[in-house]
Design a protein around this ligand. Sequence first.
Ligand SMILES: [Zn+2]
Length: 383
Amino acid sequence: MSLRFRFRINRATRFYLQQDRQLLTLSFSNKILSLASRAADLSDTEVLVESPPEWGAPVEVADGILWVRLPLPFALDHVNVYLIRGQDGWALLDTGVDDARIRSIWEELFSGPLAGERLERVIVSHYHPDHVGLAGWLAAKFNIPLHMSATDYLLARGLSHPAGSGLMRFRKGFLESHGVEPELASVVTERGQRFLDMCSPLPGTFRRLLAGMSLHLGGTAYEVLTGGGHAPEQVMLYGAKSGAFFSTDQVLQRISPNVGITPLAPDDDTLDEYLRSLGEIRERVASDVLVLPCHGLPFKGLHQRIDELSAHHHRRCDRILEAVADRPMTVGELLPVLFPRPLDPQQRSFAFAEALAHVNYLVARERLQRLESEGIYRYSANG
Ligand SMILES: [Zn+2]
């Protein structure tokens, strides 16, 4: 099966990808990459392209792997999804949010560049709407199975149910106990409300992905890796033979994935889960793979990037310890210390969850202690 792809070039820019002795020529027009958070410092990893392709224009980034970039209605304005050539069609990894614009991009893809092709399965990395949003719609449209981790599937099902739509909403009282100012508290309590609007109904059955299992796609065995921190059981795929690693949201090139606390488990040590997952990936996956993330650009230099992300979180922990050296502080008071630049409401809500994750990590290691006075929690350095 061979496909030819055509790109509309506004401002012709050609980049040459030298990969596995195969020279690919890509043309791009969209040079604007707007990222939500540059908190993880700019990386020195080697990007294989300097700018992303147009929305919805498939680009072959490796033999039998197509990269499609979809717009998102957030400050982080895009998500990357991938088509992996399988036995009888293509496996799709992640889907974009459910809105009219993304549905029409998919319709155009299957009546244009992918006309006559079929999808054989949908694989979803984790429960966030930019990844799972159109999974139900695509699975029904092509009558194909959905593959997901059990935790993320069940969480997405829970959030898709009207009675469960508040699962991910922090209660106002909880936020106030952490010193969050009332204006931000009402913004944060809205979070999670929009899940239903951004997701098509999920199929009633799914195929469970578990760490260590193999998915065979078009003659290539992909090992399933899972990791916590950003989502409870996020799936990544590693083709050791093909040298491709779908890092999904766990390892991104320029930004640091949000590692937060959820209202479901406010005392969890999700930063520890995330750092342990980075360690496992570093051990399991070769450093010279082509990393295919769900945000930003494909890149090489996996181990270096993992080290940068891990150092970034340790620096944040150090900043908290410095800040509380003078006086005990609430998580609300730590927000401007950790995130000095202006943030939009959605980013502020992520920032709260992220600050609490770092605080929980330090409490679990007895480097911070939690003090309670009149229903407000403050944290001070231990010893
Ligand atoms: Zn995500």
